[in-house]
Design a protein. Structure first.
Lengths: 236, 464
């Protein structure tokens, strides 16, 4: 082996080693940063626990005073071709017992690749027009016309937020998916990296999502005529 | 990156980054720069020096039409997904299936071409060190498997590499040009062939060279279609893409100038790494090292992007049931379309190990051409079904239908150019897509959720 060959091999090996070092360092840093995303949100709940998900993004679980439970997950989405990476906040409120509610969900700007969505798993297509310029996929499980009408008003309010991606309600609970951050365009174009400009999820952002979830849930507590009538005639 | 509030704050920050000049440039150039490092020179082999330059500029015109047409449709179809989503809404599922295949094949073949180039580059460097006959295949396999593994695990998502890599690739071309212009080359530039053999195959050679002239820009429509989830109409303007096309035109002309001046066109037409070979001719070790790094970075970055995009397109077709839904699975930990990534690896390896570089490039170009051809009648149908005043458009491209007609004429010319010398590949690709379409129409379509294909709140199309 000549000196030039040895020098070349050493140069290449050094370069690869440097790249590997940078890769491992950046990966560890990114994983460490992920865990702290929901720290600010913890203070919204009396007893909240944060655990790392399988992809190291945090999952917050807490109990609400009325017996319901809430789960907040951060979901990275790099799966749509020709779209920037997205970071979704997925909020689920579960009721302790099933309630008399339909199963209806709406998904905005559907591409079919929403692996985190409940809507794609619902069997029936529902005709619900909320806005003339909002592409919406609405599905459910054989909802009645009254149930669709009850849902329309709340869905219209919920999807007035341009960051809203999915809103779904079932007898077991309510689901909201809202866009938390979008990936850096330059980083994505060059090396398909997913760089998000967020270090911590603001409590206000989660409050807005909670508000949307409650709005959707209340649509079937108040706007249903039979429930409303029962509430009005119930003994005091 | 500083802490920021989500919602409006993060969106404002992302818009600021989009508007930064470095990223506007990166929009257009990005991974497309690999076309300057390899492949384009086969156009010189098909038609001579001048033909290669003409092909470069004519291809620039073709891609300008692509950018104009694509910007209008992208700005109006709110759902992301590029031409695949456009086809679903404007033409139908069969066209969307074909467009998805175009994307997958174009990028998988480009990935294979990149891997071949890496192997060829290492073989060349080994030969310069006195170790001739290096087996390229292990390096080709290593490149594809290594990048596929990184994509499988989503590792690259956490890296901090950014403009530095593509900056090196672009700067290397500029440095080579300046070095040669200011006499740093042991061999002076020689353009006497322009007088003696300007068009060795005549004007037919000029037409034939358009085939590989597309390679300078192939994939640029992908960078301009890196859409936001919530699209602002002002962001639909194709300024970034036009800036990218102009940047590539300059880089392509510089590349042609340096390589044609240093390397006889007969040899340039068959080179695997023309820029690196040009650096070798100069005799400068520094230039050789710089162009080696530039070639390696450009090809590997391009291959990474191809694995990423091709797997996402295959994954999307699985999710839509155009393909078995098995391909639509997401890795529970890494959040990657792992089955699609794994499925496409052997396809890339077969072509990278079994086909010569010019044929692999031809397969990629043909798939891209079919996608551009689709865009012409897609645009015609779009304007006819939903005229300008009927739906809100973020951008309306001027002089319709002239860009679509020009694009169709240039695509037709490019098909004829491919036929000149690669007729077998042309027929083979057409047969592949016809057979695939028949399979989809007679078998696969029954599984598609037809109502979910069209989600835009547009009015009923004119005539329906």
């Amino acid at each position: 082996m000549t000196l030039a060959t040895a020098a070349l091999l050493l140069f290449a090996a050094s370069g690869l080693a440097a790249l590997a070092f940078v890769a491992v360092r950046d990966n560890r840093r990114a994983l460490g940063e992920r865990l702290g995303l929901l720290d600010e949100v913890r203070q919204l709940f009396e007893s909240a626990s944060i655990t790392p998900g399988p992809d190291a993004f945090p999952v917050l679980e807490a109990a609400l005073p009325d017996g319901r439970s809430v789960a907040i997950e951060i979901v990275p989405d790099t799966l749509v071709c020709r779209r920037l990476p997205q970071l979704w906040l997925k909020l689920t409120i579960r009721d302790p017992l099933p309630r008399r509610r339909p199963t209806i969900g709406a998904l905005s700007r559907s591409t079919g690749a929403e692996f985190y969505s409940m809507v794609h798993g619902m069997p029936d297509r529902v005709d619900m027009q909320l806005s003339s310029d909002l592409p919406l996929l609405v599905r459910g499980h054989a909802p009645s016309r009254d149930e669709v009408e009850s849902a329309t008003g709340a869905m219209r309010r919920v999807f007035a937020d341009p960051l809203m991606k999915e809103a779904a309600i079932t007898p077991k609970g309510v689901r909201i998916v809202r866009r938390l951050a979008e990936g850096s365009r330059g980083a994505h174009v060059l090396l398909r990296q997913a760089k998000f400009a967020v270090r911590a999820v603001p409590a206000r952002f989660v409050m807005e999502a909670l508000s949307a979830a409650e709005d959707l849930a209340m649509a079937f507590e108040i706007e249903r005529p039979d429930i409303k009538a029962r509430l009005e005639t119930a003994p005091q | 990156m500083a802490d920021t509030t989500a919602g409006g704050g993060a969106e404002r920050l992302s818009l600021l980054r989009v508007l930064g000049p470095g990223h506007v440039w990166a929009l257009g150039v990005g991974i497309v720069l690999v076309g300057e490092y390899m492949g384009w020179n086969f156009s010189v082999g098909k038609g001579g020096m001048i033909a290669g330059l003409v092909a470069c500029w004519v291809a620039g015109l073709l891609y300008t039409c692509v950018a104009m047409i694509d910007s209008e449709v992208t700005s109006t179809v709110a759902a992301a997904g590029g031409q695949y989503a456009q086809a679903k809404h404007i033409v139908g599922p069969l066209m969307a299936f074909n467009v998805g295949l175009f994307l997958v094949m174009a990028y998988t073949m480009l990935e294979a071409a990149n891997a071949i180039t890496v192997g060829f580059l290492l073989d060349t460097v080994a030969g310069m060190q006195g170790h001739t006959g290096l087996n390229q295949q292990p390096f080709i396999i290593l490149a594809i498997l290594g990048l596929a593994w990184l994509n499988y695990r989503g590792v690259l998502a956490t890296l901090s590499f950014n403009l530095v890599i593509t900056g090196i690739a672009f700067i290397a071309i500029i440095v080579l040009f300046l070095a040669v212009e200011f006499g740093a080359s042991a061999v002076p530039l020689d353009f006497t062939a322009i007088n003696t053999e300007a068009l060795p195959y005549g004007w037919l050679g000029v037409i034939a060279s358009l085939h590989f002239g597309l390679w300078y820009y192939l994939g640029i429509e992908g960078t301009c279609q890196a859409a936001e989830e919530v699209r602002s109409p002002a962001r639909s303007l194709p300024y970034g893409t036009m800036a990218g096309i102009m940047t590539l035109l300059i880089a392509a002309t510089l590349t042609w100038y340096v390589c044609s001046g240093l390397i006889p066109w007969e040899y340039l037409g068959g080179s695997g790494t023309p820029l690196f070979d040009a650096a070798r001719v100069t005799g400068s070790t520094s230039l050789m090292v710089l162009l080696f790094i530039g070639t390696a970075f450009a090809t590997l970055a391009s291959a990474n992007g191809c694995i990423n995009d091709a797997s996402r397109a295959w994954f999307s077709m699985g999710r839509d049931r155009y393909l078995p839904i098995w391909f639509g699975a997401v890795h529970p930990r890494y959040r990657t379309p792992y089955r699609s990534i794994l499925f496409l690896v052997p396809i890339a390896l077969i072509f990278a190990l079994g086909a010569p570089l010019d044929q692999v490039i031809t397969f990629s170009i043909l798939s891209g051409l079919l996608g551009y051809t689709f865009m012409t009648f897609n645009m015609m149908m779009f304007r006819r079904k939903w005229p300008v005043a009927s739906i809100k458009r973020g951008y309306v491209h001027p002089f319709h239908p002239l860009p679509a007609i020009v694009l169709l004429v240039l695509c037709s010319t490019a098909y004829f150019a491919v036929f000149l010398g690669y007729g077998t590949q042309l027929i083979a690709m057409m047969c592949f897509y016809i057979i695939a379409s028949l399979w989809f129409h007679f078998w696969r379509y029954r599984f598609v959720k037809r109502g979910d294909q069209f989600t835009m709140p547009w009015p009923r199309p004119v005539g329906y």
